[in-house]
Design a protein around this ligand. Structure first.
Ligand SMILES: O=P(O)(O)OC[C@H]1O[C@](O)(CO)[C@@H](O)[C@@H]1O
Length: 533
């Protein structure tokens, strides 16, 4: 099968009722188990033949060869000439991983050990601020240096027994002002998280935090830690080497929560829970490397994604965790998926013959149900939904609420599948309306149904399970990128805006003329300046 065949197949079966595909086996044969996760994709319009076609496409794209090259440290990030080895950060067995002839594992595990030492010192009060024990940690970073730890700290809040963690990412001074207000600089640790240590948002916020701390603390740099691969720059910042945790350039920003960038998470939940998170990721790596294609969860998740986006033409994908603590997961996955696969040029420099990765968005259920599910059920566009839900919560006393939550997740998927026909809608309204009015009213209550969704079920949101889920999605992105022939590990598309913002700042300050700007930008600059000056 090629892209054209895939699209033709999708068009031919678009109106086929998914419900008709269910035979005695489908619920089982269109699902995959990995460890204690279950991924059910039976409520999609995929049949065995098309699935086989997709598997053939994946084989033709040499997904296994590319996967092995990644794990083996080959420079698969070709546009930046780098290996892609975030998996080494969770390689707790220390299986040798070589980059340019050197095993990177001793250094990776050495850094993990140093992080653990520091995290414990903070948690146990051996490392203190000027005012004593650290009560609050402020992680300053953006993109991958923020979303991973921010998402995971919230996800694992039942395990949090360390200091409170706060996350500042936006260059908008409102965020840092709101965060620092109410914190005691004498008992606050600031972590500056930036792979490059040049990102303007992070360095600006870090300077603001340092000034805030300097108003009260004699040695503000003494209450700073740095997470970066630019050790020369952290040095210039005056942060003592004992609180600097480095990582190599083969850890991409959006894949970096497993290493030093996860320090705030480790301080929050402790080294043991952090290791459990790593083990979850490692378990998914082992599964990804060894499971047969049909049993391979990241592969099947990716193929369902390709089917919906490049095959059926559904441009967006909703991620709908029925787990309030995964509220930041959609944002995390937005970066992971859209920064990785939102590219129109393939590795060979040619334009893609099909669409790039989808727009990813979402909110936790049940909140989303009362906001945008209207469109998902009755809008004119089809939005494939990825539901996720835990069998168990962390609130045993509120088991009835959890049952309601799970019932809602399953009900939404069922509603999308079944819909409600005009006859059913009419029957509901009989006696209330009649004739023309009955017809009109009934039409508003029709649900077309036949809308695809998948369900990921996990036992409980533990550190291990979270690690599995995050690694599952990383590998899904990898496989989708491999099929599209993309480099999923660069992000040139973020550069132009950064350059222009740098040039516009002095224009807004009135130091440089706006004359070389387009008319719209010139007018907006004038408008803002007139209202500000
Ligand atoms: O960790 P850094 O170097 O500050 O970069 C932050 C983020 O900026 C990006 O480079 C995009 O601008 C992301 O890929 C990255 O996660």
């Amino acid at each position: 099968m090629n892209w054209t065949d895939l699209q033709k197949t999708a068009a031919a079966v678009a109106d086929r009722p998914i419900l008709d595909l269910f035979d005695a086996e489908r619920a089982e044969s269109f699902s995959v188990e990995a460890g204690d996760l279950l991924f059910d994709y039976s409520k999609t319009n995929l049949d065995a033949e098309t699935r086989q076609g997709l598997l053939d496409m994946a084989e033709a794209a040499d997904w296994t060869g590319r996967r092995d090259a990644m794990f083996d440290g080959a420079p698969i990030n070709e546009t930046e000439g780098r290996a892609v080895l975030h998996t080494a950060l969770r390689n707790l067995d220390a299986r040798p991983v070589t980059v340019d002839g050197t095993d990177v594992m001793p250094e990776v595990l050495g850094t993990l050990g140093r992080m653990e030492g520091f995290a414990q010192a903070v948690r146990e009060g051996d490392y203190t601020g000027q005012g004593g024990r650290i009560t609050d940690v402020v992680n300053i970073g953006i993109g991958g240096s923020d979303l991973g730890p921010a998402m995971a700290v919230q996800a694992l809040s039942p395990y949090q027994d360390g200091p409170r963690c706060h996350f500042v990412s936006n260059v908008d001074g409102a965020q840092i002002a709101d965060t620092l207000r109410g914190l005691d600089p004498e008992t606050t640790l600031v972590i500056v998280a930036s792979k490059t240590f040049t990102t303007i948002e992070t360095m600006t916020n870090a300077a603001t935090a340092k000034a805030w701390m300097g108003e009260q603390v004699r040695d503000p740099a003494g209450q700073f830690a740095a997470l970066s691969s630019a050790l020369d720059k952290t040095n210039q910042w005056g942060i003592d080497e004992s609180r600097v945790f480095g990582f190599a350039d083969w850890v991409g920003g959006r894949y970096s929560v497993w290493g030093p960038i996860g320090l705030s998470l480790m301080i929050a939940v402790g080294p043991e829970a952090f290791r459990a998170f790593l083990s979850g990721g490692q378990a998914m790596d082992t599964h990804f490397r060894s499971a047969e294609p049909l049993d391979n969860m990241p592969l099947m998740l990716a193929l369902v994604g390709i089917w919906h986006n490049q095959g059926c033409g559904h441009a967006t994908r909703a991620v709908l965790p029925y787990e309030q603590r995964l509220a930041r997961l959609p944002a995390y996955l937005q970066q992971l998926e859209m920064e990785s696969n939102g590219k129109r040029v393939a590795m060979d420099g040619q334009e893609l013959p099909v669409d790039s990765g989808p727009v990813v968005w979402g909110e936790p259920g049940t909140n989303g149900q009362h906001a945008f599910y209207q469109l998902i059920h009755q809008g004119t566009r089809v939005v494939p939904c990825e539901f996720m839900v835990g069998a168990e919560s962390h609130e045993p006393d509120l088991a009835h609420q959890h049952r309601l939550l799970v019932a809602n997740a399953l009900a939404q998927a069922e509603a999308l599948l079944r819909g409600r026909s005009l006859d059913e809608a009419r029957a509901l309204l009989e006696g209330k309306f009649e004739g023309e009015e009955l017809e009109r009213q009934a039409r508003h209550r029709v649900f077309p149904g036949n809308r695809p969704s998948t369900m990921l079920v996990y036992p409980q949101l533990t550190p291990f399970v979270l690690g599995q889920i995050v690694a599952l999605y990383e590998h899904r992105v990898f496989v989708e990128g491999a099929l599209l022939g993309l480099n999923s590990f660069d992000q040139w598309g973020v550069e132009l805006g950064k350059e222009l913002a740098k040039a516009l700042e002095p224009v807004l300050a009135g130091e440089v003329s706006a004359e070389d700007k387009d008319a719209s930008t010139r007018r907006l600059v004038d408008h803002v300046r007139a209202r500000r000056d």
